[in-house]
Ligand binder design. Structure first.
Ligand code: PLP
Length: 406
């Protein structure tokens, strides 16, 4: 049984109030709250165990190294990777995708080569490719979604031409909640000899992920959305692709030997991890993933699906509100505008007065906002601890906002 009361009790922040009202935290798409187990692990590490990793021979350094390196295996299991050597630890998705852009794509792509993207990518999966466009004449090819927000895998595959060198798509839209069939896209792209990068920032939070089953070459995740600390994350890189990659950052830890004239590198994945990492953040991420795994990703997905269906039913009863994205299997992420009424920022300010935390703005998805013909939306994004009662709180607050602006 999904023990929602226990899960909620595990997250201390959920029992606080905001503006005199119980907190209704619906900004999980931006960043999720942390369970006590993660908070305790961070406190324990800094209070009793902290030291730098890898380079020390003393007790604490070995202890931290063991814990830190253990997370590589935790992430590999969480993502279904074949080997923990295919996991590069980093600060989050933004770093992971930049690493691929600089380390894999930049040395290989020529002017006129193409990267295929969907129109609903987050800026983290757009701007690194713009760098390549600006600096080396790479062409970005965009694939639209349909009116429901669905991305047709065949449309992505059809966009792949003889000059396409990479497909970079999200597994789940942070704005529409659309879940993308990245397995079908990967199969079609590979049939044309083109690697696939998947931005898993949102998907890995809401559903079981298996990178071997998907077959993709790169899969990026970010710890703070996975109920772990900010500044933690990882990217899965298939070993063949990792062998083709140049290191992106240079510094300590990623080298074997350095002299005045030469440098040799550590074995992958360490070759791609320069400098002192986010040690405690990564340890916290490991605890967060264990926490989710203990509850079960299928159970989390089923709970969120029931909250999503309830939210869908309630929101569709508001004829003055337009929700963007209506695919049946979407994640519980709802971006909406109030017809002819106030700016999303004003709506979110009113919701905040009722203790309801949502996000308002472009959600780092400029091309999608242009495609939808809006400048901003409000976004309510649900996580494993949200309830149908909280949907009701959201609806009441929205009705208040509507009354104020009508
Ligand atoms: N990709 C998607 C789909 C996201 O939602 C986000 C965060 O909002 C990111 C990438 C960037 O993640 P981070 O800022 O943690 O690197």
């Amino acid at each position: 049984m999904y023990d929602i009361a226990k899960i909620r009790a595990d997250f201390p922040i959920l029992s606080r109030s905001v503006n005199g009202k119980p907190l209704t935290y619906l900004d999980n798409g931006a960043s999720a709250q942390k369970p006590q187990a993660v908070i305790d692990a961070i406190s324990q590490a800094y209070s009793h165990e902290y030291s730098n990793v890898h380079r020390g021979l003393h007790y604490l350094s070995n202890l931290m190294t063991e814990q830190y390196e253990g997370v590589r295996g935790t992430i590999a299991r969480f993502l279904g990777a074949g080997s923990e050597n295919e996991i590069v630890l980093n600060s989050g998705t933004t770093e992971g995708i930049n690493m691929v852009a600089y380390g894999w794509a930049m040395p290989r792509l020529q002017p006129g080569d193409e990267i295929v993207l969907s129109v609903m990518e987050h800026h983290a999966n757009i701007v690194p490719w713009h760098f390549l466009r600006e600096r080396q004449g790479v062409i970005l090819k965009w694939v639209d979604v349909d009116a429901s927000g669905a991305l047709d895998p065949q449309a992505v595959i059809d966009a792949i031409g003889p000059r396409t060198r990479l497909v970079a798509v999200t597994h789940c839209s942070n704005v529409l909640g659309t879940v993308v069939d990245v397995k079908a896209i990967t199969k079609g792209a590979h049939a044309k000899g083109v690697p696939v990068l998947v931005d898993g920032s949102q998907a890995a939070v809401h559903m079981p992920v298996n990178v071997v089953d998907i077959g993709c070459d790169f899969y990026a995740i970010t710890g703070h959305k996975l109920y772990g600390p900010s500044g933690s994350g990882a990217i899965y890189i298939k070993s063949d692709r990792m062998a083709e990659m140049r290191p992106f950052l240079g510094g300590g830890d990623m080298i074997r030997e350095v002299s005045k004239d030469t440098v040799t590198y550590n074995d992958p994945p360490m070759k791609f991890e320069a400098g002192t990492p986010g040690i405690v953040q990564t340890i916290g991420l490991g605890v967060a993933l264990d926490y989710m795994t203990d509850i079960g990703m299928e159970n989390i997905a089923a709970h969120e699906a029931s909250v999503r269906d309830y939210a869908n039913a309630r929101l569709s009863g508001l004829n003055w509100l337009k929700v963007q994205g209506s695919t049946a299997d979407k994640a519980a992420i709802f971006s909406f505008t109030l017809n002819g009424a106030a700016h999303a920022h004003d709506i979110s300010t009113i919701l905040d007065k009722k203790g309801v935390a949502v996000r308002a703005g472009h959600h780092c998805a400029g091309p999608l906002m242009d495609f939808l013909g809006v400048t901003a939306t409000c976004r309510a994004s649900f996580g494993m601890y949200n309830t149908k009662d909280e949907v009701d709180v959201l609806i009441d607050a929205l009705e208040l906002a509507h009354d104020l602006f009508a």
